[in-house]
Design a protein around this ligand. Sequence first.
Ligand code: FES
Ligand SMILES: [Fe+2]
Length: 460
Amino acid sequence: MAHAEQKTQGDGGRFVGTTWQDLLDLETVEVPEYLRVKSNPYMGDEDLSVDRYISPEFFKEEKEKLWPKTWQMACREEDIPESGDHFVYWVIDRSVIVTRTPSGEIKGFINSCRHRGRCLRDESGSVDKFRCPFHGATWDLDGQFKGIPNDWDFEHIADRDMSLPQVKVATWGGFVFINFDLECQPLEDYLDVLPQHFERFPLEKYFKAVHVQRVMNCNWKVGAEAFMESWHTVETHKQILTFTGDANSQYDTFGDNVSRSATPMGVASPHLSEVSEETITRDILKLSGRMATDSDANVDMPTDQSAREYVAKMNREMFEEAAGEAFDDPTMAELQDAILYSLFPNFQVWIGYGGNIVYKFLPNGNDPDSCIFEVMILLRHPEGTERPLAAPCTVLSADEPFASCEALGSLGPVFDQDDANLPAVQKGMKNSATGKVVLASYQESRIRHLHQTIDKYLNA
Ligand code: FES
Ligand SMILES: [Fe+2]
């Protein structure tokens, strides 16, 4: 039977247990407003059609109506620090050369020669001009046409504007976003609450310490959605249950483009009973991949502290040392919880004082059944020290486990557990007898939110 309102955590007794807000009540410093906010308007309980993930027709709709209209994170500003540095961005059949111009501005040029259309750049890199590899037509770094060999044969274009067409480019948090739609809403409006929520975390000052990319054999939304709910932990990531409050998570949606989940760490899953504080602490330090140290060492925990308090204190010391500064009243939540934001359609970023993990899921060419998964980890460096160089992107082949990538640490095996499901989800959907996907009302509200925003583009 359909409920006329959204399930909410802790209100109305539907979820019996500790909510994330209950844990925030235990903070000993002032809790910033952005953590306190709860926003989960009821969006319905209808099933989704599996066609949204598997059908070439739906993929084509997205290709024609969604990707040409949305803001997409292409790269980090630090990937193109100098004049002439450029990043070649592809989404399905469209490509942009995201370029640092001599004035330091960033521009996005359509990656297609105005002579006979060859891609101007096959790969990211650094150049002093854009010279087409086919016949040698040339543009400067600002996209102004500089000529073509045998120009006696091109007198008819002498008076034409032959500059490179551009896309919209804007930055936030050190990320470069592009939009093919020249009439699009400004990025700052599109970002909604993100800049306000990230006020304590100036991501533009952080550096990209890790960058890994791999093809996943599932639709881009199947991939993205695996990071939009925490409750699959109970079955998929059992090894982290001793320190992950999976079912205690809070889920929020903000406007059309932003949603978040906040999963408390340093507390045992409500699916387990009688987990000692020592066990929570030992396991989180060893297995979480996001703590100050992944340590096997015996924990010598003071008896007057909870695991959550102990880990927060330990993380604070380590993170402050790495950052070379004292944090201003950090909450335990910001020192350890998994607080993950998403920006429509395919960008996700963690908030907090530890390494900020970033995910992106792009369609893989024209294939509805695979996507390109990218993960980055952003770290702080002490104020006044030189920014470490941005890590180059390590591309894993589709059969290479994430665990083989040392830089990912404990995250690797967790991604491998997700990867064990995702291609099977894609396969299983094609075999569905009902053709429908059923969503949890509250814990999968972010997924419903994603689809409702997709529909706004497809029906526009
Ligand atoms: S296609 Fe580029 S110069 Fe001919
Ligand atoms: Fe997962």
